[in-house]
Design a protein. Structure first.
Length: 298
């Protein structure tokens, strides 16, 4: 990976590791629909004017079917599922479960897109070991009463969406400036969630803590707008599957923040399953070469 790729990889991993911590803070005062609405509204508020000024808005509107598809798969479902699940599981566990994204990305490429690179023994072995790690983690902690499997499955379902969306962006939106794609997507998502958020938003804001309000702002501007711009640049640099390997970094960030600042426990399942998931990630993502994707302005 080039030095530019490493910088983008580290930045994307950091930015995508932060949301789980800030979602936990936001949930102290806000409902799930409000959190999703607010972060997408704030993101769109910044990115759409920028896209219009830099010429990225019109191409995104012309590619609206794939932009809508990207928004639905990347944000509408996953952001609701993750936020709702964090009412019942730790932010660190949510971040760890999202580490299954590369496994699903390999599966999508292999099964649906017939990508032969994804069928290599090393990638398949990584998938099996990683999934075994998740099964061990969830199985042990479920047996001990530390987690409810339902909320684990919600996050894993979100991971499936996260694995498909970058492939759509790489194959169908690589000619569209990322600010336009993300800005229009977020505007659409905020419109979808507005009816479920706006009626109670005033009451929630009136009683919200300062930390929850700041969490919403960070989620919208850093963990949504800025994080997506950097992630699209990373996809252009290293390809969609290798880009999903930021889960190495964001898992570490999510676990660290949760343990240090939220006093989240290190469970037996986590201690046993985490090394297996890490090995699986290494094997699943270590063989993909960079795809040639035309540069587009971010």
């Amino acid at each position: 990976m080039s030095s530019r790729g490493l910088i983008l990889f580290s930045m994307a991993g950091l930015f995508w590791g932060l949301p789980y911590f800030f979602i936990a803070l936001a949930l102290e005062s806000f409902s799930t629909p409000t959190i999703v609405f607010a972060r997408t509204f704030l993101g769109a508020l910044v990115l759409i004017p920028y896209a219009a000024l830099t010429g990225g808005l019109k191409p995104a509107l012309r590619a609206w079917p794939y932009v809508v598809m990207f928004g639905l798969i990347e944000m509408v479902g996953p952001w609701f599922l993750i936020t709702e699940a964090e009412k019942n599981i730790s932010s660190g566990l949510a971040g760890l479960l999202i580490a299954t994204v590369p496994f699903f990305a390999v599966a999508v490429l292999a099964i649906f897109l017939k990508d032969r690179k994804a069928l290599r023994p090393r990638s398949l072995a990584g998938m099996l070991i990683g999934f075994f790690g998740v099964v061990v983690l969830v199985g042990i902690d479920s047996f001990l009463g530390a987690v409810n499997p339902l909320f684990v499955m919600m996050v894993i379902l979100a991971a499936v969406g996260y694995s498909i969306a970058p492939i759509i962006a790489s194959r169908k939106l690589n000619h569209v400036p990322s600010a336009g794609v993300i800005g229009v997507s977020m505007a659409m998502v905020s419109i979808i969630y507005a009816p479920f958020s706006l009626p109670g938003l005033g009451d929630e804001l009136a009683e919200a803590t300062t930390s929850s309000i700041w969490a919403i702002i960070v989620l919208g501007l850093v963990c949504s707008a800025l994080a997506f711009v950097v992630f699209f640049m990373l996809i252009q640099e290293v390809g969609p599957v290798r880009a999903t390997l930021i889960t190495y970094v964001n898992t570490a960030v999510a676990l660290t923040l949760g343990i240090v600042f939220l006093n989240e426990p290190i469970t037996i399942g986590l201690a046993v399953g985490l090394p297996l998931i890490a090995i699986g990630l290494y094997l699943a993502g270590g063989t993909e070469k960079k795809r040639e994707i035309p540069e587009t302005p971010a």
